[in-house]
Design a protein. Structure first.
Length: 619
């Protein structure tokens, strides 16, 4: 059998890279290879359309083994298991406890409790954890950063009182004051020395972490993957160096740091991100000369992003979070939080939380993503992406270090300016539909209304005194927020405009233009009336007025606009807004005749629709 297989292979001569390129160039028929097929990523590097074995042979990542330094292939040797985590916002300890016990019976094995600093007391914690076998579930806590030391003491006392084994307790305290500096501009530098106290309190609990790097906040603010990764590494290194300088053993310090990172819809890039993150963090920790390489393992809790979530057509959010969870699972993270599909406009319901849990359970129980260690290993594409991301993120890390470290860069506003610029660019790209948001700026649901939904505004309810902003802050806003505000404005105006497609002339072009225009105008929540076609513009105008149209869109071919546009405009006689779908060569002549509205692929969709709302009296 082996001889036959060998003979089969030897019958074919492997084409060289140049032969592939020559063949591609023939198929391109003279088109520019770099413009047509090379992906220029937002991460600062380009991705060619194909890879070969020779490209991967020069890389070091394929030589690594699972569970071994530098852990690019994961922290585990024999499985790819992760924890299914659900976060609970707790206002009443009994209610929080009841919910925790309920979801532990529904597939969750990691709990995240979020509560304000005023709740940090022994009675509250005891009530919250009543009936929970702490050795059998990961416990994560997030509260006011000033009260985290008190919380750590209360937890240690609780664990000792119940006789729990220190080696079996797994969890974390989300203590990350730098997040408040970078996201809100608040000066909380005076509590940074608490880090060493926290570590000292929990030093005998090897699997309980107490220093967090909340890079997911950058992700939710629109940061590109390289920005999140590079800044997360610098962020973690800031805490690590502070702890070591305070006299904490490097291995202990590293073992107490946990990374909370976001997951975007960029599927393959996210898989590579988590692999690159482990690789680079291991190299960083190694420089502190820990006694054991196991201290170089990176612990990552991955959280699906809210940046791309939408209020309208919200069930699409489930598609987004599903692919995000898949990429994190394949990337080999410690735990995953899937945000419920309705989290951006309401307190998640039991239904949406159940769906979010089941999205992970499906990956485990039906797709068996937890069985194979680093299944993406050996893929030429993933290995190249891992290396490219690592190189780009490392450059950003070094840039931050040259500025004096992450904290200094945050004080100077460098990080905030960088992320804010990316967020602004992405919003501008979404406005021009260079970046698609399915169901919002591309293929919106024509008939959907808000049903009373409104974007949720999150606010801290801690009872502690709030500081004035001392530094720059990050302007965090979801990508769809501008379109949602526009659509709500239209809906709440009391009169939703009707857009009528006056289709005439060339069949293929009028249908294509009508579809484009319908999607364009539906982004503002307008009512759309499409048509099969009219024989004359007069017939089309009469039908539009009879339908009560506020907007009439002429849909035809560029050549035919010279014939149809001016007569249609004159026939309409100002009784409705007139729009030409396209940017025909005769546009100047049409403008000279008084036609001023044109929609086409080069339009800024958001600004154009805002302008139309203003013309229609919608405020």
């Amino acid at each position: 059998m082996s001889n036959n297989r060998e003979k089969l292979f030897t019958e074919f001569e492997a084409p060289t890279t140049q032969e592939w390129l020559d063949k591609i160039q023939v198929d391109l028929k003279g088109a520019d290879f770099n413009k047509k097929l090379v992906w220029r990523t937002n991460e600062g590097f380009s991705v060619p359309p194909f890879y070969r074995r020779e490209d991967v042979l020069k890389l070091k990542t394929p030589d690594a083994l699972p569970g071994e330094f530098p852990f690019v292939r994961g922290n585990n040797k024999d499985n790819n298991s992760w924890l299914v985590r659900q976060d609970i916002k707790v206002e009443d300890a009994k209610d929080g406890n009841a919910k925790a016990l309920d979801i532990l019976n529904k597939g969750v094995d990691s709990l995240g409790f979020h509560f304000c600093g005023d709740c940090v007391n022994e009675e509250f914690v005891s009530t919250l954890l009543d009936g929970i076998e702490c050795e059998c579930v990961e416990l994560n806590f997030c509260t006011c950063k000033r009260r985290s030391v008190d919380l750590a003491k209360i937890l240690v006392a609780y664990f000792e009182r119940h006789g729990y084994s220190k080696d079996k307790l797994v969890g974390s305290i989300d203590w990350d004051p730098i997040e408040k500096i970078v996201m809100k501009g608040k000066d909380v530098t005076r509590i940074l020395p608490l880090a060493s106290q926290l570590v000292d309190i929990l030093k005998e609990y090897p699997h309980f972490r107490c220093i967090a790097v909340n890079a997911a906040s950058l992700n939710n603010a629109g940061a590109y993957i390289v920005q999140e990764l590079g800044y997360a590494l610098a962020w973690g290194n800031e805490y690590l160096s502070e702890l070591v300088e305070a006299g904490v053993d490097p291995a202990l310090a590293a073992s107490k740091i946990k990374f909370n990172m976001g997951i975007t819809e960029n599927y393959f890039m996210e898989i590579a991100k988590f692999r690159a993150a482990r690789l680079l963090w291991a190299e960083i920790v190694k420089q502190y000369e820990p006694k054991c390489d196991c201290a170089c393992k990176m612990c990552v809790n991955a959280i699906t992003t809210t940046y791309n979530m939408t209020m309208f057509d919200s069930y699409v959010n489930m598609l987004r979070t599903q692919t995000e969870a898949m990429s994190a699972a394949i990337g080999g993270v410690h735990s995953i939080v899937v945000k419920p599909f309705d989290v951006v406009y309401e307190q998640p319901t039991d239904f949406s939380e159940r769906i979010a849990r089941n999205q992970q359970l499906l990956l485990k129980e039906e797709s068996h993503f937890d069985k194979v260690v680093d299944p993406s290993a050996g893929s030429y594409f993933i290995e190249e992406l891992t290396t490219s991301l690592a190189d780009a993120a490392w450059k950003l890390f070094l840039k931050v270090e040259d500025e004096g470290g992450y904290l200094e860069a945050v004080k100077n506003g460098t990080v905030q300016d960088d992320v804010n610029a990316t967020n602004a660019k992405r919003h501008d790209d979404a406005a021009k539909r260079k970046e698609f948001i399915l169901g919002t700026n591309q293929f919106p649901n024509f008939t959907e209304t808000s049903g009373g939904k409104a974007p949720v505004a999150h606010a801290c309810k801690c009872g502690s005194k709030q500081e004035d902003a001392a530094f720059k802050a990050i302007n965090s806003s979801r990508l769809a927020a501008d379109y949602e505000a526009l659509r709500l404005q239209t809906e709440q105006s009391g009169k939703v405009p009707t857009a009528f497609m006056l289709t005439i002339g060339n069949l293929a072009m009028r249908q294509a233009r009508a579809q484009f225009s319908s999607n364009f105008l539906a982004c503002a929540g307008y009512k759309i009336i499409d048509n099969l076609g009219f024989d004359t513009v007069e017939e089309g105008v009469d039908a539009a007025l009879k339908a009560g149209a506020d907007i009439v869109v002429l849909c035809s071919s560029d050549d035919e606009y010279a014939t149809y546009a001016v007569p249609a405009y004159q026939c309409l006689a100002g009784r409705a807004m007139f729009i030409v779908a396209g940017a025909p060569a005769c546009m100047d002549e049409l403008k000279a005749a008084g036609i001023e509205n044109f929609i086409h692929v080069r339009c800024n969709v958001l600004e154009t629709l805002k302008e139309y709302n203003a013309k229609l009296g919608i405020k």
